[in-house]
Design a protein around this ligand. Structure first.
Ligand code: B12
Ligand code: SF4
Length: 473
């Protein structure tokens, strides 16, 4: 079997959709490692093929520069990662690569290609799209790249063969996550990843589980099926991270604390090892309790983010978030008691939301007093129940995400849920809400109390700005 050289690339993201982040913050906000590509790197390395990794976004390379750096390594194929929000840049890079080296194959994977595989390979410059989790499929592709005159008929792969689209449905999600090799952080310039929200830089990210069993209407999770790494696997991965000299971990699981026993085992393991690490995670208020949070705090958890979405029970029901507002209040109290920094995530302009409901959200924020709050205008993402409902009921007039997938344009505007409000009204409400929270005497006083040095003052100010402008994901 021929050894295939593949370049795995995180393109420079100069044109992310919906970016409300001012330039000065965009450059200060830091960079997360592209975890998906690092998992692929490990899988490819293990299979005997030859991967190269480039983070053009971290380097700040233009697409032209990136193409030149990549092609210096003479790869047979280039794999780019893209979400729908970043496909414009991935496509621009694909075209740049083809301009210099028309025979190099280009492959796109990630959330966008998963939703729109056919549209992705119809973009000029793109040969293949991979749907879903890529670790197994990419190896299948590399094993077969030079067989059968370059025609690859493998589940999960869509190919453009001279204008004819060969789409092979994916076989679904990986069943055993513990079979995966740890993401190849060593292949990246791992000491350069950072975040203004971190206590200590450099940082890394982890995904200790994949999927989420809940059904919020606005959410697109790549397959709802929840799967997780064992506590032993997670602890060995943390051990590798510690050995790299990294002390802060952003756990990016959709709902980290879904399985209590696993969380308890992970925390006990960290405490037993005596690792000097701090970490943060995202979860739901109905998936934590006092005992678990106490242990998490002891194990280095310093911040928790909760998707609360609305202060109105009626809206929470309507968007299928199904959390109880009393529980929200209890959990934010526990955070305060345990000195875990809390972040509450809300959306404005939800399905069936009225102005009275929005007022309830603001009242709830005042009551639960989160350390940070993140508001976003409800935007129906592609392949979500909300987007489909919008198309059926006429709230969204046409399938604009599909049109965008067919021809990504730089100035595309993601749709906003305008059932009861205009777009301008919603953005005005959000802007006002941010000001009210971050410029309140409560917030400023809390920040000042926490500050012990000038360095910390700078960090707190940056963190507040980060929250202020961070978009919802
Ligand atoms: C962490 C996270 C963030 C972080 C960090 C992103 C980062 N660089 O790591 C932050 C907060 C910055 C962020 C920001 C945003 N995010 Co975000 N984010 C996530 C989250 C929760 C985890 C991503 C992750 O690390 N996954 C773990 C890895 C292992 O999975 P993966 O990246 O999908 O990679 C696998 C496959 O996709 C595939 N694959 C990926 N790339 C490639 C490439 C090739 C060549 C191949 C073959 C395969 C392949 O194989 C990988 C391994 O199995 C996901 C939801 C989720 N659960 O995945 C949302 C998600 C990716 N984000 C989303 C969105 C919308 C955003 C924002 C646009 C939000 C906003 N409005 O501003 C921004 C834009 C940022 C961007 N660069 O696109 C959406 C994307 C939906 C879409 N259709 O595009 C997701 C899916 C969540 C959702 N709402 O549904 N995000
Ligand atoms: S919003 Fe959170 S809880 Fe709801 S389905 Fe998505 S990941 Fe799960």
């Amino acid at each position: 079997m021929k050894k295939v050289k593949i370049a795995l690339v995180n393109p420079y993201l100069g044109n992310i959709l919906l970016s409300t982040v001012p330039d000065f913050l965009e450059t200060n906000r830091g960079h997360f490692p592209p975890l998906g590509l690092l998992y692929l790197y490990s899988a490819i390395k293990r299979s005997g093929h030859e991967p190269f990794f480039f983070d053009a976004d971290l380097e700040g390379w233009t697409h032209q520069e990136t193409a030149r750096h990549i092609l210096k390594e003479n790869p047979h194929i280039v794999g780019l990662t893209a979400t729908t929000f970043t496909i414009f840049d991935a496509w621009a890079l694909a075209k740049e690569i083809k301009k210099i080296s028309p025979l190099t194959k280009v492959l796109i994977g990630g959330p966008h290609a998963t939703i729109y595989p056919k549209e992705t390979v119809m973009l000029d410059g793109v040969d293949f799209a991979i749907e879903g989790e890529g670790e197994k499929v990419i190896v299948d592709l590399l094993n077969n790249l030079f067989n059968n005159n370059g025609i690859v008929s493998i589940p999960g792969i869509t190919q453009n063969i001279g204008g004819k689209i060969n789409h092979m449905e994916s076989e679904g999600l990986l069943s055993s996550l513990d079979d995966l090799t740890f993401p190849a952080r060593y292949a990246s310039d791992y000491k350069r990843y950072s975040s203004i929200l971190a206590k200590r830089n450099p940082i890394t990210v982890m995904m200790t589980s994949r999927g989420c069993p809940f059904n919020c209407v606005f959410c697109n999770r790549m397959g709802r099926k929840y799967r997780y790494h064992s506590a032993e696997y997670v602890l060995s991965e943390i051990s590798e991270i510690v050995n790299l000299g990294i002390k802060e971990i952003f756990i990016h699981d959709d709902t980290f604390t879904l399985n209590k026993k696993r969380v308890v085992d992970i925390c006990k393991g960290i405490i037993e090892k005596g690792w000097d690490i701090t970490w943060e995670a995202r979860t739901r208020v109905d998936c934590v309790d006092y005992e678990m949070m106490t242990l998490m705090k002891q194990a280095g958890c310093h911040r928790l983010s909760f998707g609360v979405e609305s202060g109105s029970s009626r809206v929470l029901k309507s968007i299928r978030k199904e959390i109880d507002l009393e529980r929200v209040k209890e959990v934010f109290n526990i955070c305060r008691k345990l000195k875990i920094i809390s972040l509450a995530d809300f959306m404005v302009g939800n399905l069936n939301e009225t102005y009275d409901d929005i007022k309830k959200t603001f009242r709830l924020v005042k009551e639960i007093k989160p350390d940070y709050v993140q508001y976003s205008v409800c935007s129906p993402y592609p392949n979500t129940p909300l987007y489909e409902l919008g198309l059926r009921t006429g709230v969204i007039k046409e399938d604009i995400w599909l049109q965008y997938a067919k021809e990504p344009v730089r100035d595309f505007k993601a749709p906003v849920w305008t059932q009861n409000f205009t777009e301008t009204e919603l953005f005005d409400i959000v802007k006002k809400a941010y000001k009210q929270f971050y410029l309140s005497s409560d917030f400023i006083f809390k920040q000042i109390k926490r500050i012990k040095s000038l360095k910390q003052l700078k960090m707190q100010a940056k963190a507040a700005f980060g929250m202020f402008f961070q978009n919802k994901c």
